[in-house]
Write a protein that binds this ligand. Structure first.
Ligand code: PMP
Length: 287
């Protein structure tokens, strides 16, 4: 069945939505994006994603699209017309199409940003077997650009990382820079020692995860301690538990890194509890 997608103010069948070959998103990865999950037909953490979008646009000096204030309504309409129960809404804003290729940014007075949104249906998104069984990961070198706090569509290296993981027969990869874990290819990375959650501090080195912010808040409310600091793969392997967070994976336990099991080799109790709390609280606040 053909999806209805959103492109620059119009709701269109997916095969009728067309973007110029001169669009800077296509030619230069000059674009930012957000992914918001949908559970029970409702959007999780929408406000956080909209705020981060605004920040990404500001950091790159891409003008705020006219549709910015209507984004909640557009998300909801796409969820409704496509009958999404569980899944995702993908949103992308590019610097637009100047009608030719040029490294210099086009004049924002004449070239408007391109705005695209589409849904992905994922029945059972919150009850995937990986959440029960945990995931295995490998470590790889972090070879991305240095502004990972901006959510750009430059996803070639993370995509290569996922392929390295696939080749190694595991689910994902954690990236390492100067001996310390930055984050997963599409998620934030954590370890737990005793009652303490350890995760890299926010900086330009990592994406400021919307799920990360919520999970750390819930962890604090659950009387867990939080240490925002660097950690190594060696420390992670010796930890009691490990997990990742993202808008689509929520809280996902990690049970093995580079072939070494974490703890007992099964999902840790604290990670599972955090997942429960995150889902419960986020569903209550869903819009
Ligand atoms: N880090 C990276 C590199 C990501 O791609 C993502 C997911 N977009 C995250 C972290 C998690 O962010 P969020 O919780 O906002 O989905």
């Amino acid at each position: 069945m053909s999806r209805t997608v959103y492109l620059n103010g119009e709701y269109l069948p997916e095969d009728e939505a067309k973007v110029s070959i001169f669009d800077r998103g296509f030619l230069m990865a000059d674009a930012v994006y957000e992914v918001t999950s949908v559970l029970g037909g409702k959007l999780i953490d929408f406000a956080g994603h909209q705020q981060r979008l605004e920040r990404s646009l500001n950091e790159l000096d891409i003008q705020k699209p006219d549709a910015f204030d209507d984004l909640l309504e557009i998300h909801r309409e796409l969820v409704r017309v496509n009958g999404i129960e569980d899944g995702l809404v993908y949103l992308q804003v590019t610097r637009g199409s100047p009608g030719d290729r040029d490294f210099v940014f086009p004049d924002p007075a004449t070239v408007k940003p391109t705005v695209v949104l589409f849904t992905q249906s994922m029945p059972g998104l919150a009850t995937r077997p990986e959440a029960r069984d945990g995931i295995k990961i490998i470590s790889i070198e972090d070879q991305r650009w240095a502004r990972r706090d901006i959510k750009t569509v430059q996803l070639l290296y993370p995509s290569m990382g996922k392929m390295m993981a696939k080749k190694a027969g595991v689910h994902d990869a954690w990236m390492v820079q100067d001996g310390a874990v930055t984050e997963g290819t599409s998620n934030n990375a954590y370890i737990i020692r005793g009652n303490t959650i350890i995760t890299r501090a926010l900086s330009q080195d990592i994406l400021h995860g919307i799920t990360r912010a919520a999970v750390l808040r819930f962890a604090q409310e659950a009387q867990m301690l939080i240490e925002e600091r660097d950690f190594t793969i060696e420390e992670a392997i010796g930890a009691d538990e490990a997990f990742v967070t993202s808008a689509s994976a929520f809280v996902m336990p990690v049970i093995e890194i580079d072939g070494s099991v974490i703890g007992d080799g099964v999902p840790g109790g604290r990670a599972l509890r955090l997942r429960e709390i995150y889902l419960e609280e986020s569903l209550k606040a869903a819009v």
